[in-house]
Design a protein around this ligand. Structure first.
Ligand code: SIN
Length: 362
């Protein structure tokens, strides 16, 4: 039943349903596969598809090779699964867009009800991988394994990490134990839950961690060894009611620092529907910044307090009177994930009390 949508070009925009669809992959079915599970691989670009001028060059261009070229570099996959490929986009994930997210979520939802498909792998740049994973958890509920994977070294590098990561991702996506856990992220052999995972290093292959809860498993060969179970049930937002991505609520992140002034917040509050404070410590900021955020809140801009520290919990009312100010506290969500949740939450309500409930249920 699967309809491939693999493009022979290198799209930087999401597919428009069938427009970009083209029948894909030699490995999609076939008599020699002896009942191997069918795994859909949705490619979006990233360093895992990146190419250098030479194998030792420190510069490269992310999102350069197609999903089929990428899979061809891992012939061992043939022993694991039949692969159905789709080139949803081909971008460095610093250029990931809400439009691509929407296209990706729509494909995950379609594949969820495809009886032929056992699991889904999304290849992605590492820079915003955690945001995409979190977004898919909110908008594309699936009982099937959904695994996001990237690489820190380009496909052409000496000792590229992409092939091993991809192999692990397909192995995980075919495994029953990965079902009903929402989006999982696999990097460098570690399995992380979408809610907790963060890119914590700008370089090196061990760049991902789950600072609050810890990784939830590791791959041992082709088998996952889970230490815990990820929360599959985020508060789900119906993709259809979100409308076109270009019209989604606009949410910006304000990064706190010593001597942060009000002017940047006042300027953003005039443009955005919501502001997330990546605050110092437990989501705090200068008096001037907090006063500006209160003005924004009073004007109807929803303000969420998160922390720039990278871990820990931002609770209501510890140092800032959230109830008086009408603020929402992000709990354990990073500022970048709080931005995603506020953006989709604002399609449902602008009431900070209701939004706090959504944050508390995440
Ligand atoms: C990107 O996020 O696309 C570039 C960095 C990477 O994938 O590691």
């Amino acid at each position: 039943m699967v309809q491939a949508s693999s493009s022979s070009t290198q799209p930087t925009q999401p597919v428009q349903a069938a427009e970009h669809v083209q029948t894909a992959t030699a490995s999609d079915g076939g008599a020699a596969d002896h009942g191997l599970p069918l795994i859909a691989v949705l490619a979006t670009g990233g360093t895992i598809a990146g190419v250098q001028a030479s194998a030792t060059s420190s510069s490269y261009v992310a999102g350069s090779i197609s999903v089929d070229q990428l899979l061809a570099s891992v012939p061992q996959l043939a022993g694991l699964a039949r692969l159905h490929t789709e080139q949803v986009a081909n971008v460095g994930s610093q250029n990931m867009t809400h439009a691509v997210w929407q296209a990706l979520a729509a494909r995950v939802r379609a594949l969820d009800v495809d009886p032929d498909v056992q699991g889904v792998v999304v290849t992605h740049g590492t820079d915003t991988l955690e945001e995409t994973a979190f977004f898919l958890g909110l908008t594309a509920p699936t009982r099937k394994p959904l695994v996001l994977v990237g690489a820190m070294r380009p496909a052409t590098a000496l000792s590229a990490d992409g092939p091993a990561n991809l192999f692990a991702a397909v192995a995980l996506a075919r495994h029953r134990a990965a079902r009903e856990q929402g989006p999982l992220v696999i990097m460098n052999g570690d399995i992380h839950a979408a809610r907790d995972v963060q890119k914590i290093a700008a370089s090196g292959i061990n760049a991902f961690a789950s600072p609050n809860g810890g990784r939830i498993g590791v791959m041992v060969g082709v088998e996952p060894l889970f230490h815990g179970h990820a929360q599959s049930a985020f508060d789900h937002f119906d993709l259809d009611t979100l409308g076109p991505a270009a019209q989604w609520p606009r949410v910006a992140i304000v990064y706190a620092h010593a001597d942060l002034q009000a002017d940047v917040i006042d300027a953003l509050a005039a443009i955005y529907d919501g502001l997330v404070l990546a605050g110092v410590g437990d989501g705090n900021a200068t008096d001037a910044a907090l006063e500006a955020l209160k003005r924004a809140s009073a004007a109807g801009v929803v303000v969420v307090r998160a922390s720039r520290t990278g871990s820990g919990y931002v609770g209501r009312g510890a140092e800032v009177d959230d109830s008086a100010a009408g603020f929402v506290a992000a709990g354990e969500l990073s500022a970048q994930k709080a931005r995603v949740l506020l953006m989709v939450g604002l399609t449902r309500t602008r009431d900070p009390v209701c939004l706090q409930e959504i944050f508390d249920r995440r």
